[in-house]
Every structure is written in C-alpha cells, then in structure tokens.
Design a protein around this ligand. Sequence first.
Ligand code: SMG
Ligand code: MG
Length: 367
Amino acid sequence: MTIEKVELFLCRLPLVHFFETSFGRQYERTFVLVRVVGDGHEGWGEAVAEANPYYSSETTDTVWHIVTGFIAPLVVGQSFAHPREVFPALRRIRGHNMAKAGVEMAIWDLFARREGRPLSALLGGTRARIASGVSIGIQDSFDQLLEKVEKERAAGYQRIKIKIKPGWDIEAVERIRARFGDIPLQVDANAAYTLNDAALLARLDPFQLLLIEQPLDYDDVMDHAELQRRIATPVCLDESIHTVRVARDAIDAKACRIINIKPGRVGGHQASIELHDLCAAHGIPVWHGGMLESGIGRAHNIHLASLPNFSLPGDIAASKRYYQQDLIEPAIDIAPDGTIAVPEGPGIGVTIVRDRVDQATIRHVSL
Ligand code: SMG
Ligand code: MG
C-alpha cells in the first residue's frame, strides 16, 4: 500500500488528577497525534513524547521536527507490503523512537483497517481481554495515597503500582501493606536512585513486591545488574530498554527479571513484537507500560498487550482516570474483574471523534 499523506496534530488535554513521578508533577498532557492516509483508508497513531525531556530525551517539539523533516519524506509516496517494513525503512534516523512509533503505529492501524481486521490479529494477539493495573503517582500525603489505592482496588484493578522517590518509598509501601495486606503491588522509581542506595532498596525486600521498576539511571544497565545481585525484589527495566539489542544485553547481564514494553520507547509495534518474542525466549515476563495516552495510543496498547507473553497486568487503565472526555468512542473502560476487552472492529477498533481532536489541537500540519 502506498502512503499518500501524513498529518500531525499537537494536542493538549487537562488531566483529571495531577500525576507526579520522581521527576515532577504534571496537570495536563501534551502529545502528538499522527494520521496517515492511503488506499482510501486512514490510520491513527500517537507519539508519546511529552512537552519536556524528563521521562525521555524526546519532546513533542523533537517529534514534530523529526517527523516533518525526516520521517515523512521516507514514508509519503512510499509503498509498503506490510507495516513490519516501516521501522527498518527508518533505520537511517538514529533514535527518536517515539517519533518513529507514532508514524509506524498509524500505518499498522491503516493496514488493519484496510484488511477489515482488528489490529491484535495482525500483531499476533491471542487473548480477547487484557489484565489491567493502575499506576498511582506521588501524592500530597500518605493518607491521600491510601485513599487512591482504596478507590482503584474498588474499581477492580488487578494490581497497584506506586511511584517512589527518596523520601517517598519504604514508608509508602509499609503503609499500603499495613492497610491492604497482600495485594499485588509494585513500585516505579523512574531512575531516582543510584547504586549507593542499594541497602535502602533492599529494605523493600520483606514487602514481597512484584517488582521494582527502573530504580537506577536510564542508561545504566550494568548498575542494575549489580543492584539485582543485592536485592531480592525482581528488577524490571523501563527507560533503559530503548532497543531490542539493549534488552538482549540487559537479559544476558541479568540486569532485570521482568521487562516493561512501551511501543513508543522502542519504535513501534514491530520492535515491540521482537522485544516480546526475545523476552519469551528467555523466560522474561513482560507487561505493557503506559504514557498517559489518549484513547488512540491507549487502544494501540490494548491490542499489543493481547500477545501471549504479556503475562502481568499492565499500566493500561480506563480513559476516565486521565481525561474527562477521551478523543475516542467508546472510551476505554474496565470490567469489574479488572480486565479490558480488546476492541473487535477493524484497526484499533475505536472511533476517533474528530471534533474533540480538533478542539484539543494547538498545531496541525499535513505532509
Ligand atoms: O499511563 O497510567 C499511565 C502512566 C503509567 O506510570 C506510568 N508511566 O515510568 O512507567 C512510567 C510512567 C511514565 C509516564 S510519566 C510521564
Ligand atoms: Mg516506568
């Protein structure tokens, strides 16, 4: 199929509740939507870079620059027999995985819509529902944190993840265990610690956490290997795993026992499938991460998370946790058992509400 057009929409949506990680608090989400057109069909993707370079070195501005200047020229007017060919076609461009993923994933949606098949079927998904967990940010007080945990448990989410940072770690976990007992619980440090904190992090061991996510720096695989030797809690890597090759090195070095997959971080669906398969071959369970996506990115994530080695609940939750009104219909929601249905319609299987996209858009370009 020939790609005829790439469009970008810089969007901004207010968050229902602020979200705080070890690197700061945010009240809104800025992101870039991608629309591709070909063969009389359209496809949608979402580049998950944020306005700032704190989670990742990419930003909404770098996504704009790289897609308009470098990715679109390699894609518009080109023919692809299958969307798996898109990521390799962008190989000349180093890094910028979120920009690549936004376009690559839109093309997967386009292909799936043209074939009239759900995206999950094209990706190799095997389940009709995915297990849903929540990520709870750092709050103003431990009481507020406990309230949040209570609310999300009542909504049915299958596991709780909390953000930690120095000063908001052991006590937060201790209080959750004291109040809620043996619930499935994990923590995410977003690189807030160093190896010098190994003894402190070992104090989490008695709490039987499912995992500790990205305790050390984003490019620091070897220190994670050393940390994993010193703590019992399984280390899960997020930020560090930006290519399939780094994942292979991290697994070989025993730097992690679990990996979080975010397609934006590795360059899209094709790289995610390869990462998923690599992990499966090494007995490393994976789960699907989240980037506070709008319904478009969120729907993509649900399809990807239907692959078999996504054996732990992911950070893919209901739209209403994030946005008063999502950009899609129907909004993503969870069942009382804490699962989300994989949409069955063609492509990502949700309807994009153009009025709402246009209302959220602060900048648009057609390439
Ligand atoms: O989408 O529910 C969500 C957020 C999940 O915690 C989450 N994401 O490091 O895993 C992570 C963070 C990254 C986003 S911070 C902007
Ligand atoms: Mg994380």
